[in-house]
Ligand binder design. Structure first.
Ligand SMILES: NC(=O)C1=CN([C@@H]2O[C@H](COP(=O)(O)OP(=O)(O)OC[C@H]3O[C@@H](n4cnc5c(N)ncnc54)[C@H](O)[C@@H]3O)[C@@H](O)[C@H]2O)C=CC1
Ligand SMILES: O=C(O)C(=O)COP(=O)(O)O
Length: 547
């Protein structure tokens, strides 16, 4: 029977053998994900499910994998990324990426992508479950009854209707909680420094200051990521400022609430109760004060654990992994641009090639790279194109280490300044991308290209010379003077060295003036070929360009 439950079902520990040497891309699943996602991946990848591997084991095997998929249970540390020589993507089957060192991944050119929307409703419903259960002492009453104690009169709860819900973090989940709570008759006050009043007002709420939310709320639910700014956002002083009856709910991240302070506030009766799904350390230590407290309802990070959400995050992340393994962009990448529209994909290809050409024809270190967009392309989201220029520019120097994820970072490290310019007018081409490399001594080299109707990336300018070279192959770029017989001479030398000419493009400034010639070749020239070519008086320089 097919199942959409996370891999492993009741017992989520799976111990496949680690990857052998197969031809297909290798994907390592480190935390349980739903079968639907696994099936999708298995169609074109070799998938290893190892949800029981220790950190040491992962460090030992990770370089065999092209992709890894995690949830919150695996620490993707800088050292793991460092050990992962072939990794292209870390897929997070869920939202939170606080267990992934994104900086390290970016430096290593590894995409980090998540599944940001598929578990929103599950998490929102779980927060409301916790809220209602806390309001009605469900957990304590259940535990008493299991012990045989019918403590009906001990557990008088509180209605949520007419009460004020404070929502801290009004993003996807916070806003869904607020919408549902409002429908149950609650008044909403929200704090989120990064949203305006409209989304809060659209669910009948009011955007307030943090202190206002803390003081006015009968229930507080937090829905922020755990960052330096949100660490212990709710602590002793906030609990002191709350009403004695306030219940606190956390289904976002451990660490956003100070656990010791919360346990103390509940135990002392400073606040009315708490219900917690997430912990600073997971699983929490057995003596964690929130787990120990009979007055705090705890669940083991269940916010995203519904069949629907797990199916959704697993298939979303499978899509992301497959896209990246196919050389495409991940639409949910957190450290790489996504393609706003398919329309710009040919320009991304063109730009990478233009960047490669530029590096191979400048002799000195470029200190400034100016990328000028004109015509229709100037109106697009040019971030992926700019990153592609940088990738192309660096790849002849750094090889496979550079990609669209780390290119900007590497340009910064090499102190190359990148300047972008846009104008939506170009009189000659519908769209034109012009790259100028400026060296420290004031020299500059220009290449420009466009995409013609059939998506062929085409070099249309080198320096001042107008050319028309499809950017698809191995080329020789000759600089020299426009004299009769040069083309024939070059042709015969290449023929003598058994190098087939696939195409030839000429351009000159004036009759008898500076000329350039681009020859597309099928085989690589030897050092002797260059020696012979440079023996021609009219040829001043020959650059080899490989794409
Ligand atoms: N318990 C569980 O199983 C689940 C937990 N989560 C966690 O829930 C959290 C929220 O997820 P989403 O709503 O999808 O993310 P989101 O990115 O849509 O929303 C987060 C909101 O927090 C706000 N925020 C950031 N810093 C803030 C600050 N200092 N004060 C107040 N607000 C601040 C942001 O502006 C944003 O609106 C994440 O930490 C995520 O990992 C998500 C899914 C399931
Ligand atoms: O998506 C999130 O941020 C979650 O917290 C869900 O975590 P999980 O995938 O259940 O480990």
């Amino acid at each position: 029977m097919q199942s959409d439950q996370p891999a492993g079902g009741e017992n989520p520990t799976v111990t496949d053998q680690f990857a052998g040497s197969q031809e297909q891309p290798q994907v390592l699943i480190c935390d349980p994900i739903a079968e639907a996602g696994l099936e999708q991946l298995r169609e074109s990848c070799a998938v290893t499910v190892r949800t029981d591997a220790s950190s040491d084991e992962l460090h030992q095997v990770i370089d065999q994998y092209d992709a890894m998929v995690v949830r919150s249970g695996t620490d993707v540390s800088a050292s793991l990324i460092d050990a992962a020589g072939n990794l292209k993507i870390v897929g997070r089957a869920g939202v939170g990426v606080d267990n992934i060192d994104i900086e390290a991944a970016t430096d290593a050119g590894v995409i980090v992508a998540n599944a940001p929307e598929a578990n929103t409703v599950a998490a929102a419903e779980h927060a409301l479950t916790l809220l209602l259960a806390s309001a009605r002492n469900v957990s304590q009453a259940d535990s008493d009854l299991s012990e045989g104690d019918w403590n009906k009169s001990e557990y008088v709860g509180t209605e949520i209707r007419g009460k004020t819900l404070g929502v801290v973090g009004f993003g996807r989940i916070g806003s869904e909680v607020a919408r549902r709570a409002n429908a149950l008759g609650m008044d909403i006050v929200a704090y989120d420094p990064f949203v305006g009043p409209e989304p809060v007002e659209s669910v009948g709420g009011e955007l307030c200051s943090f202190d206002d939310v803390v003081e006015r709320a009968d229930f507080i639910t937090v829905h922020t990521p755990h960052t330096d700014e949100t660490h212990h956002l709710l602590g002793a002083s906030e609990f002191e400022a709350m009403k004695e009856t306030t219940h606190v709910v956390n289904a976002s991240r451990g660490g956003v609430i100070d656990e010791d302070a919360l346990a103390a506030a509940v135990e002392s009766g400073e606040i009315g109760g708490a219900a917690i799904d997430v912990f600073e350390r997971e699983p929490p230590d057995p003596d964690n004060p929130l787990v120990q407290s009979d007055d705090v309802l705890t669940t083991p990070h269940l916010g995203a654990s519904t069949t629907e959400a797990q199916r959704g995050v697993a298939t979303t992340i499978a899509d992301q992994v497959l896209a990246v393994l196919n050389g495409e962009m991940a639409s949910t990448a957190l450290n790489a641009p996504s393609l706003e529209s398919e329309h710009i994909r040919p320009y991304v290809d063109l730009s990478e090639k233009l960047g490669q050409v530029l590096t191979q024809i400048v002799d000195e270190r470029v200190e400034e790279l100016e990328i000028a967009y004109s015509g229709e392309v100037a109106d697009a989201d040019t971030e992926p194109i700019t990153r592609a220029v940088q990738t192309g520019y660096l790849s002849p120097i750094l090889g496979r280490q550079v990609n669209i994820v780390n290119a900007s970072r590497l340009m910064e490290k090499r102190n190359v300044q990148v300047v972008e310019q846009s104008t939506n007018v170009d009189y000659d081409f519908t769209s034109l991308i012009k790259i100028t490399g400026r060296t420290g001594n004031g020299d500059e080299q220009v290449v420009a290209g466009t995409v013609f109707g059939d998506s062929t990336p085409t070099l249309v300018r080198i320096g001042q010379h107008r050319v028309d070279v499809p950017l698809e192959s191995h080329m020789l770029l000759f600089k020299g003077s426009d004299e009769p017989g040069v083309i024939g001479h070059v042709g015969s030398i290449l023929s003598r060295h058994s190098i087939n000419i696939a195409g030839m493009y000429n351009s000159r400034e004036t009759i008898g003036g500076q000329a350039i010639m681009v020859i597309v070749i099928d085989t690589e020239p030897t050092p002797e070929t260059y020696e012979d070519l440079l023996d021609i008086d009219e040829i001043h320089a020959v650059d080899e360009v490989q794409l």
